[in-house]
Design a protein around this ligand. Structure first.
Ligand code: ADP
Ligand code: MG
Length: 240
């Protein structure tokens, strides 16, 4: 479904991604782990075309999304992304946050967008909070609205970048539960997280990245119980 080929990204002299190759199959949940600064966010941002790769190619199905001719808005409809900082529009209610892009970008009629939005709020357990503004919601609730907002575009792939890292510990579970449910429904997901329990239970594959390269990948069991590379072992010792 998603294929990254020899991806490089430089910021000036800083070589952040140094030839990343990656495949995510349809319905697969791939968990990306690695030290801070290793290039995880940059990789996700390149996939969503928030960053311009320096070289290399990215394919969604058989379409090259790194091509100059591609419509970036259409790519962002097909690839949803959720961030550590929820990035909700503060002056819009939960339901307005969710329906904005379907109405503006997809030109969906308002009633239909609202109907879909309410169904998504229900899915993330927030039907009763539709008319609340972000500042009236907890961090976990805001993040669940952000997930619903991404889903409203009916994406084929979802990218999650440390979506629970800014949350108080007691709010992490409710967000992971929504992600777990999405995975169960067969959503294709690429997830950057430090939640190793989630990686073990939900991940089909774990990828360890360091200094802009993929050091090791495998089934969660393999990576956590029997990592082959010393760098992986050192990282896991530090976080587990
Ligand atoms: P991670 O998500 O694994 O912590 P990032 O992808 O955020 O890593 O960052 C990798 C490196 O790229 C870091 O050294 C970071 O400072 C640098 N970097 C990220 N974005 C930019 C940018 N827009 N301009 C310059 N440097 C950047
Ligand atoms: Mg990051």
């Amino acid at each position: 479904m998603l294929r990254v080929e020899n991806l490089h990204k430089k910021f000036g002299d800083l070589h952040v991604l140094k030839g990343v190759n990656l495949k995510v199959e349809k319905g697969e949940v791939v968990v990306l782990i690695g030290p801070s600064g290793s290039g995880k966010s940059t990789l996700l941002r390149c996939i969503n075309r928030l960053e311009e790769p320096t070289s290399g190619r990215i394919f969604l199905d058989d379409e090259e999304i790194t091509s100059d001719r591609v419509d970036i808005n259409r790519i962002r409809q097909r690839i949803g992304m959720v961030f550590q900082q929820f990035n909700l529009f503060p002056h819009l209610t939960a339901i307005e946050n969710i329906t904005l892009a379907p109405i503006k970008v997809k030109r969906m009629d308002k009633e239909e967008a609202y109907r879909i939005g309410m169904r998504l709020l229900e899915k993330v357990g927030l039907r009763d909070k539709a008319n609340y503004y972000p500042h009236q919601l907890s961090g976990g609730q805001q993040q669940r609205v952000a997930i619903a907002r991404a889903l409203a575009m009916n994406p084929e792939v979802m990218l999650f970048d440390e979506v629970t890292s800014a949350l108080d510990p007691e709010l992490v579970k409710e967000v992971l539960e929504v992600m777990r449910e999405l995975a169960r429904e067969g959503m294709t997901m690429l997830v950057v997280t430090h939640e190793m329990g989630f990686a073990r239970e939900v991940g089909d594959r774990v990828i360890f990245m360091d200094h802009g390269v993929i050091v090791e990948e495998g089934a969660p069991e393999e990576i956590f119980s029997n990592p082959r590379e010393e760098r992986t072992r050192r990282f896991l010792r530090m976080i587990l």
